[in-house]
Design a protein around this ligand. Structure first.
Ligand code: FEO
Length: 398
């Protein structure tokens, strides 16, 4: 294996690892794999920014070795303590013995909690600066984006922002730069990443974009910890982040359901017809055919979430419990909604779904619609009318 480093700017090289086969990232399906990006700055003080997931340590070391002897690294900096970036940080501090190792104030604690290692890590806080001799780094803590320890590092001399998870995506590729990859793939993977990782912190994202603007940083390159590097048209990803963080609804409604004997499915299709009849766009998603990560991607620009399940053992189907738990944690905003489903005798599912939608602070536009066993024409008309009503309300809100 060759594992060469790849030049990012005059003194900065990508020395990370590609995970071609990972398909699950704590519940988020990563259909195109991922990468764990680490960066080497060949300054007077040679500096490594982040590391990689532990099993990829040798790949990291061989890429570094294509440039320098890894024992010549002077400084190591951890921008984020999650294991996909710090998995071999503690081990490498011990092995390579850099002159100094750094993390954010919270990062120092988190690294200690994870690795129980006592080597001194120096805490950095917002506005701190670190001289690399011929260059200089500055730091910005980005707490809860998306962990308490998260931090940005800025290399002013090369207008380069090391943004850890922010502006990243789970995408394994032979190319290292966004502008070398199909735009549709970039848009889809960046949005899916935002929806599955950053959505609950959207207000903090908006605050951070303001903070970065106010700091007057002249950024030409954004080097995240996953996926390709941004070096052209940076305004585009910043605008997309603002758009996703605002979650301004469109006329799209997501109809999410699972079904036992196709009754709840027929109700979903009647709701879809009502939505279309009212001029809305309907995205009907069966949980037999879709992963929870795809659902949250579709919700990113939706104006409504309509959820359906039949009753099973006084409850909802497990697939619906799974996706609703996931969505609740991600806190999507600005949604209308309603619940629907069929039942045979006790019929608790719709009330159960209704409660979850209410807990998610979704504006309920109707009482739940429930139908006994198989929907009759009246029941399907109720579903159609629900779709119509939601389409009309979406139109009013646009
Ligand atoms: Fe890519 Fe939050 O770790």
């Amino acid at each position: 294996m060759i594992n060469k480093a790849i030049k990012v700017s005059e003194h900065v090289y990508w020395v990370g690892a590609i995970d071609w086969t990972i398909r699950d990232f704590h519940g988020y399906t990563t259909k195109r794999g991922s990468s764990y990006n680490a960066y080497l700055i060949l300054a007077d003080k040679i500096t490594l920014i982040d590391t990689v997931k532990a099993p990829f340590k040798d790949e990291l070391l061989s890429r570094i070795s294509s440039l320098i002897d890894p024992r010549d690294i002077d400084f190591m900096i951890s921008n984020h303590s999650e294991m996909d970036h710090s998995g071999c940080f503690a081990e490498l501090v011990k092995e390579l013995k850099p002159e100094k190792a750094y993390a954010s104030t919270m990062g120092v604690k988190t690294l200690a909690n994870h690795f129980n290692f006592t080597d001194e890590i120096i805490a950095l806080k917002t506005a701190d600066e670190l001289s690399l001799g011929n260059m200089k780094l500055s730091f910005m803590e980005t707490r809860m984006l998306h962990w308490p320890d998260s931090m940005f590092t800025y290399l002013e001399d090369e207008n380069l922002l090391f943004s850890q998870d922010a502006f990243g995506m789970h995408l394994a590729s032979s190319e290292r730069f966004v502008d070398e990859i199909d735009e549709n793939i970039i848009n889809y993977e960046a949005a899916t990443y935002y929806a599955n990782i950053l959505l609950p912190y959207s207000q903090l994202v908006l605050n951070l974009i303001e903070q970065v603007k106010n700091a007057g940083l002249d950024i030409w390159i954004i080097a995240p910890d996953h996926g390709p590097i941004w070096r052209k048209d940076l305004g585009r990803i910043l605008e997309l982040y603002q758009q996703w963080a605002n979650q301004k609804p469109t006329s799209k409604a997501v109809v999410l359901y699972d079904t036992m004997w196709h009754s709840t499915e027929r109700m979903a299709r009647a709701i879809e017809e009502g939505l279309i009849g009212g001029g809305a766009k309907a995205e009907v998603m069966s949980m037999r055919a879709h992963h929870r990560s795809e659902v949250v991607y579709e919700l990113l620009d939706a104006g409504a979430l309509i959820a359906g399940s039949p009753t099973l053992n006084n409850n909802i189907l497990p697939s619906m419990a799974d996706v609703m738990t996931y969505l609740k944690g991600l806190k999507p905003k600005n949604l209308l909604g309603a619940a629907f489903g069929s039942y045979g005798w006790s019929g608790e599912s719709t009330a159960y779904l209704n409660d979850i939608l209410a807990e998610m602070k979704i504006e309920l536009v109707s009482d739940p619609i429930k139908t006994k066993y198989v929907p009759d024409p009246d029941s399907l008309t109720l579903c159609y009318n629900l779709g119509l009503k939601i389409a009309e309300k979406l139109k009013e809100e646009l």
